[in-house]
Design a protein around this ligand. Structure first.
Ligand SMILES: Cc1cc2nc3c(=O)[nH]c(=O)nc-3n(C[C@H](O)[C@H](O)[C@H](O)COP(=O)(O)OP(=O)(O)OC[C@H]3O[C@@H](n4cnc5c(N)ncnc54)[C@H](O)[C@@H]3O)c2cc1C
Ligand code: FES
Length: 262
């Protein structure tokens, strides 16, 4: 984990309210892994005080990129970053996805939350493996995510306002793909309700593993403020325990976080 002043190469609005930010730092890009995140200082001293966490969309050579949605004051400040500016970035933080040895990989993303799955798509094994990306959208503009994917990854999308008979939710896309005898790994990024629905669909699929990225408001990002608590149950321990999404997560096994088993 590094704390560095990094150079901004690009900060472009690529769809309304959605920005692509590219920064240059060789060591940070080298340490980046799918599912990890960076913690961005907004360049102000006390207000807003806290950094903003952003998942790594991709890392190549000396550069690292993120895709962010403008939702509040902090992300609005980020839109004012200009190429050539230097910003203070902490990272890469968190644990990232564990890439498994499977016959099929399903990458399932809801909205801009799908960003870390783009990076993962580039790191998955390609030979003899089916890699499928499922994107659920509220805004059709998010379709540009497809352009960031390696060409061998099959892409499927749903849209909340699709006409009757077409997939509205990302989970509507999955059933035909779940009828498989191949060992399958699911990597999911989106709201927790989406994870619950996915797990419900996979109830009869014993050879499936499900990893999910858990979203928590983050203060420090490095394990000291305990603001990002997640309750988990990890065998062999029988009692639930509290862990930190910024250090022990943000990626968890669904069975570990779904402690009620619902
Ligand atoms: C590990 C991690 C990775 C993330 N990766 C990305 C990413 O790749 N791209 C991206 O656009 N966003 C990502 N987020 C969410 C992003 O950090 C927040 O949207 C951002 O911090 C909001 O800052 P703000 O000051 O603009 O909004 P605020 O003024 O703080 O909040 C505005 C609105 O955004 C909501 N919000 C704030 N924080 C979060 C959060 N953590 N998750 C969801 N909603 C939030 C608030 O509830 C509020 O409605 C990630 C969050 C985490 C924890
Ligand atoms: S954000 Fe401070 S402990 Fe996780």
């Amino acid at each position: 984990m590094l704390q560095e002043s990094v150079l901004i190469e690009k900060n472009e609005e690529i769809a309304p309210g959605l920005y692509f930010l590219k920064i240059r730092n060789e060591q940070m890009a080298g340490e980046a892994q799918p599912g990890k995140f960076i913690h961005i200082n907004l360049g102000t001293i006390y207000d807003p005080l806290l950094r903003r966490p952003m998942s790594i969309l991709n890392a190549q050579g000396e550069t690292l990129s993120v895709l962010y949605q403008v939702v509040g004051r902090g992300t609005r400040i980020m839109t004012r970053f200009r190429p050539g500016d230097e910003i203070d970035v902490l990272g890469p933080l968190g644990n990232g996805f564990e890439i498994e040895d499977s016959g099929q990989n399903f990458l399932i993303g809801g909205g801009v939350g799908a960003a870390p799955l783009v990076f993962l798509a580039h790191r998955l094994p390609k030979k003899g493996v089916d890699n499928k990306f499922f994107l659920g959208m509220r805004e059709r503009e998010l379709l540009f995510i497809k352009d960031f994917l390696p060409e061998e990854v099959e892409f499927f999308s749903s849209h909340e306002n699709s006409p009757r008979g077409e997939a509205k939710q990302v989970t509507d896309l999955l059933p035909p793909h779940l009828k498989t005898k191949k060992k399958t790994s699911l990597y999911c990024c989106g709201p927790e309700g989406m994870y619950r629905e996915i797990a419900g669909l996979c109830n009869d699929c014993s050879d499936f593993s499900i990893q999910v990225s858990i979203d928590r408001r983050m203060g420090c990002g490095v394990g000291t403020c305990l603001g990002c608590a997640v309750k988990v149950k990890k065998p062999p321990r029988e009692e639930p325990q509290i862990v930190r999404a910024c250090v022990e997560g943000p990626v968890f096994r669904w069975q570990e976080v779904n402690i009620d088993g619902t």
